[in-house]
Design a protein around this ligand. Structure first.
Ligand SMILES: [Zn+2]
Length: 380
């Protein structure tokens, strides 16, 4: 048997603040606080799933107990405390996942642990993940401990839903907002892993995964694992496209070309094709809006870098953007935005979409007609 497969999210879990992807402002603030010994008692980490909240909580726990703290505010990763944290064997960290354990008894067990001082270390750290899911009874039981914790206790609460956290908790915590991670950052992280794992990955394939992950690194990594295991250490754009079932830019390039050529029958066939692959009509409208916005961005050379695509794709956008003038993009986007609203309320969603595309085809005539129509109205 080959060596056991370890998922990338675990295998490449950062050990230092510096290795965390895309949360520089949070890690920088924490490192400074550690160096200056200005640590809060309780922290609240807010942000979408899979962006590094628990990872940073664990690094924080390890770093403040490190016996040889580095001058840059990072843990040494060598002392006995650090190594036991890295091996998940430290007695000075207690984690509670409130998504599955949210009863009063669960929180009582945690509170009991708070009474025991850390072993051979300065701090004992309590991490409560998805803290908004604690029952209100559990919340209340916890509140007193949070108000008057022993000197050695630190609490790190994490949540994806900040608005569900009681104000009494919010006011007692130092709050950190975690951001979605950019496509660029996720892509370059995946590229590094691919290189280390000897996986031949096309850049466009990695970008596609990153886009689909929508800012969550953990999701990106699990897609990456799944797709590379399917494809025997190779990752092509085409295989990602097929496996993730993505309506990608190739479609939208075709749509825009066809709109410009005023080939309405071909457009109807494309809509049919998209539907037959199981995509929703609002996904089509949303994707097409995004595509037109991208074309508009490409009219000006200084904004092309706003596109999160590889260079050859950017070139394609740049070329297609020449089809229309800037003011036309405004009209096209307006038609799509109207259709996105209309499709939510319409029973005949397909007709709404077809009509929108038809309007885009006959945009010049449409503007004239509307204009004449208005003129007529005025004369009356
Ligand atoms: Zn250490």
């Amino acid at each position: 048997m080959s060596e056991a497969f370890i998922v990338s999210a675990r295998k490449y879990r950062p050990k230092r603040f510096d290795e965390v992807v895309g949360q520089e402002s949070t890690t920088q603030t924490l490192k400074t606080a550690i160096k200056n010994k200005q640590l809060a008692h309780s922290f609240l980490f807010c942000g979408p799933r899979g962006v590094g909240k628990t990872t940073i909580a664990r690094i924080l726990a390890k770093t403040i107990n490190c016996k040889d703290l580095q001058t840059d505010g990072e843990a040494c990763n060598q002392c006995d405390s650090c190594t036991s944290f890295d091996a998940n064997a430290s007695f000075n960290i207690y984690e509670l996942d409130a998504a599955s354990k949210n009863s009063v008894d669960d929180i009582k067990r945690l509170i009991e642990q708070v009474q025991y001082p850390p072993q051979n270390a300065q701090y004992k750290i309590f991490i409560i993940d998805e803290v908004h899911m604690l029952s209100s009874q559990a919340f209340n039981a916890f509140l007193k401990t949070l108000e008057e914790p022993p000197e050695y206790a630190k609490f790190i609460l994490a949540t994806t839903e900040r608005h569900k956290i009681l104000p009494t908790i919010l006011s007692r915590c130092q709050i950190y907002d975690f951001m979605r991670i950019s496509v660029r950052n996720i892509t370059s992280h995946l590229a590094k892993i691919a290189e280390k794992e000897g996986i031949e990955a096309e850049e466009n394939a990695l970008i596609l995964i990153s886009q689909k992950a929508d800012g969550g690194l953990r999701d990106a990594l699990s897609m990456f694992d799944r797709l590379t295991s399917l494809n025997d250490k190779k990752l092509s754009y085409q295989s990602v496209l097929e496996n993730l079932n993505i309506l990608d830019y190739d479609y939208f390039f075709k749509f825009v070309d066809t709109i410009h050529q005023q080939d309405t029958s071909q457009l109807l066939l494309y809509i049919e094709d998209v539907l037959s692959k199981g995509f929703e009509l609002d996904t089509l409208l949303e994707g097409l809006s995004q595509h037109i916005r991208n074309l508009w961005v490409c009219i000006h050379p200084n904004t092309i870098d706003l596109l999160e695509h590889s260079n050859d794709i950017k070139e394609k956008y740049k070329n297609q953007s020449k089809l229309y003038q800037e003011s036309t993009y405004l009209n096209l986007l307006q038609i799509l935005s109207d259709a996105e609203n209309a499709v939510k309320h319409s029973r005949n969603k397909r007709l709404v979409v077809e009509l929108a595309l038809l309007k885009m085809v006959y945009l010049d005539k449409l503007t004239n007609t509307t204009w004449t129509h208005l003129e007529v109205e005025k004369k009356k």
